[in-house]
Design a protein. Structure first.
Length: 223
């Protein structure tokens, strides 16, 4: 049965869990450019588009392992710290909220929170720079707090339990393949914010796909 049909058979949701990067804040392009530049400086050829496809949604440790394997040896000791610093600098210069997210949040009348594979500091910085932090203060969950990264469902299960919701009545809003897999494995309903080829990939994993945040309140109301 299509995901939309499955949604209609369930009780109304009581919690929305948002991913951060690419769902709340328009960070994917910025982060991918920084990552691509850092990789090129190691002597490995890549592009921002390739970096986005290769690393989207993955924990930093996994990204570093992939880069090290391609390099054929260990990364410079300062690589991770410099990458994080450059990313934060790029965010401070140009990070914006995802188009339409503020209005979408205004139209949601049930509890919501954010659960991300980033560090707490990174999540807070992203939300602060885009003016979204007051909306999520006290409801921020990081994979680093519990040692569980997507596609493992642990982070989403932790967030829903902390918010007093059951997985069956929780909706996850994600833009990455690993995030959709985590939500589905957790037994939650998943909305995939994506378009084009990515939309097809997320839909194949069981997400109900949309590409306009203006649709989000209605999708949640009918979930």
């Amino acid at each position: 049965m299509p995901a939309e049909g499955l949604f209609s058979l369930m009780d109304p949701p009581s919690l929305i869990i948002f991913d951060c990067d690419g769902v709340l804040v328009d960070s994917e392009g910025l982060a991918s450019r920084v990552m691509a530049n850092a990789i090129c400086e190691l002597g490995l050829a890549t592009t921002p588009a390739a970096a986005l496809e290769d690393f989207k949604g993955l924990r930093m440790e996994t990204c570093l392992e992939i880069i090290s394997a391609r390099l054929g040896g260990p990364l410079p000791a300062s690589f991770e710290a410099e990458l994080r610093s450059r990313t934060a600098a790029a965010f401070r210069t140009a990070l914006r909220p995802v188009q339409g997210i503020e209005a979408a949040l205004d139209g949601i009348d049930i509890a919501y929170c954010v659960a991300s594979s980033g560090t707490v500091d990174k999540i807070r910085l992203s939300l602060e720079l885009t003016g979204l932090l007051p909306r999520f203060e006290g409801r921020i969950f990081s994979a680093y707090e519990i040692g569980s990264w997507k596609p493992d469902p642990g982070l989403f299960l932790h967030a829903s339990a902390a918010m007093g919701a059951t997985p069956a009545r929780t909706v996850v809003v994600e833009d990455s393949l690993v995030g959709v897999q985590a939500g589905r494995t957790a037994g939650m309903r998943v909305l995939g914010y994506a378009s084009g080829r990515e939309a097809a990939l997320l839909e194949a994993q069981g997400a109900r796909v949309f590409d306009n945040m203006a649709r989000l309140p209605e999708l949640i109301a009918n979930a």
